[in-house]
Design a protein around this ligand. Structure first.
Ligand code: SAH
Length: 244
């Protein structure tokens, strides 16, 4: 009897993968994943059978992984956490009687947050701007209501060639509720090769710098920039008297 591990490999750099994720990949007979992500873990999978598919091959990939796992130990990999815009959802939707175990990973929002300071220190939410499976009207509604509710917002899939202006439009919605000095962190390739970190504000943010390799984090009404980092206060009663 085989088993399917649904593994979050973290943001990219091997040192940011959990020990458990590494162990499971090393012990799996077959590795399934998106070609680009398979490349990130190449040093761990030498000599293993690999089933890699291109972007948008998700359903096919998950079906294959489930089928192979009937007799073999298989790892299907996602970047970050497989339960956050990763493969865990589809696997559970498609599964019949296969044995499944999800191995969590460090998601892009927390990876980026570690580089930006402490932006996620209060209630926060993730919103994907990809409209491949969610109508844009619903995305905008979520952005609107999350802004109204004063959540710190992490925008996944912020900008692609097919929808170059969604990010700007969503930031305009956020601006209805938050002041122009609200910090905005853009991290491209967090904790992997090509890392870039830009901290600005709703007024100064240049949305054209972001792409599908980036995540954008917008602070709440209390967030501020201190010594080049974004701070979202947890609420302890201390007073910071510097730049706000
Ligand atoms: N399962 C992944 C998310 C996949 S959706 C996770 O938990 O992180 C793909 C989006 O995630 C990208 O468009 C980008 O917005 C974000 N992302 C993933 N890895 C990233 C990284 N290392 N740096 C910045 N953003 C990243």
């Amino acid at each position: 009897m085989g088993k399917l591990y649904v593994v979050g490999i973290g943001p990219g750099g091997l040192e940011h993968m959990t020990i458990k994720a590494k162990e499971v990949i090393l012990n799996s007979e077959i590795i399934v994943g998106y070609t680009k992500y398979i490349k990130l873990i190449e040093p761990l999978i030498e000599g293993k059978e690999v089933y890699a598919t291109g972007m948008k091959g998700e359903v096919e990939r998950c079906k294959k992984a489930l089928e192979l796992s009937k007799n073999k130990t298989v790892a299907i990999v996602s970047t970050g956490d497989s339960g956050i815009y990763g493969m865990a959802g589809l696997i559970y939707e498609l599964k019949k009687d296969e044995q499944i175990e999800v191995i969590p990973g460090l998601t892009a929002a927390t990876a980026a947050a570690s580089l930006l300071g402490s932006p996620l220190m209060h209630d926060n939410c993730n919103i994907s701007l990809s409209d491949l499976m969610t109508p844009y009207e619903k995305i905008k509604k979520r952005v609107d209501m999350a802004s109204d509710a004063d959540f710190v917002i992490s925008l996944y899939n912020p900008r692609s060639n097919g929808r170059p202006e969604y990010l700007k439009e969503c930031l305009d919605i956020i601006k209805k509720y938050r002041k122009g000095t609200t910090p905005v962190g853009l991290v491209k390739n967090a904790l992997r090769a090509g890392e870039e970190v830009i901290i600005s504000t709703l007024d100064t943010f240049d949305y054209q710098n972001s792409d599908m390799l980036s995540i954008v984090i917008i602070g709440n009404s209390q967030s501020y920039i201190k010594d080049g980092k974004i701070v979202t206060p947890r609420g302890y009663s201390i007073k910071y008297e510097g730049e706000v």
